[in-house]
Write a protein that binds this ligand. Structure first.
Ligand code: AMP
Length: 181
């Protein structure tokens, strides 16, 4: 068993399932017990940094809100710009927006229009990959701004949903994650 497998096991044991949150039928993967363990946070950051280093990225695009936690640490450690992607109406300056489908209805995310320099290699980070709709929308915003999607990273992948296939199909890169449920 290598270091990443051991870390994956630790995450599996530490992430807390919350049944029927935020609505009936959803099992919410609560990462706050992970955040309460500094040694685990350190180990996760190291593995995410190693993945990002190999991609030679120019910026981290992180998705509100839980993506900001490790996204911030990644940007700091790699010494690259941190770019927030937020729900509609939350960013103060001029934005570009992308609407995407949810199971029922739709959602819109935004990024500042000047956040990405044309030609930048960008890593998109969030805590969890489910259907892939949010991460794909962030990827399309990066492309619209003239950036290249170099990769995606997550702590958790929900393998019973087609998020990983969606991202590799639309962007030609396999998403990286530390544990799959
Ligand atoms: P999706 O767009 O379906 O891939 O959903 C990913 C986004 O929704 C991420 O920002 C996750 O934090 C959040 N999310 C979706 N499903 C869950 C879940 N079961 N537990 C925790 N967060 C989730």
């Amino acid at each position: 068993m290598n270091f990443n497998d051991t870390l994956g096991q630790q995450l599996r044991l530490t992430i807390r399932d919350i049944a029927d949150y935020p609505k009936p039928g959803i099992v919410f993967k609560d990462i706050t017990p992970v955040l309460a363990n500094p040694m685990l946070v350190n180990a996760i950051t190291q593995v995410l940094v190693k993945h990002a280093e190999a991609l030679r990225i120019d910026a981290i695009v992180a998705i509100e809100a839980r993506g900001f936690i490790f996204g911030g640490m990644l940007a700091h450690t790699l010494n690259v710009p941190f770019v927030p992607v937020r729900k509609v109406g939350k960013l103060p300056y001029r934005t570009i927006a992308k609407e995407y489908d949810l199971e029922y209805g739709s959602a819109t995310i935004e990024m500042h229009e000047d956040a990405i320099i044309k030609g930048w290699n960008v890593l998109i980070h969030d805590d969890l990959l489910a259907t892939g709709g949010t991460a794909a929308a962030a990827g399309h915003l990066v492309q619209q701004a003239g950036g290249k999607v170099a990769g995606f990273s997550f702590l958790v992948n929900l393998s019973f949903l087609p998020g990983a296939e969606k991202l590799s199909g639309e962007f030609g890169v396999n998403p990286f994650y530390l544990v799959s449920f």
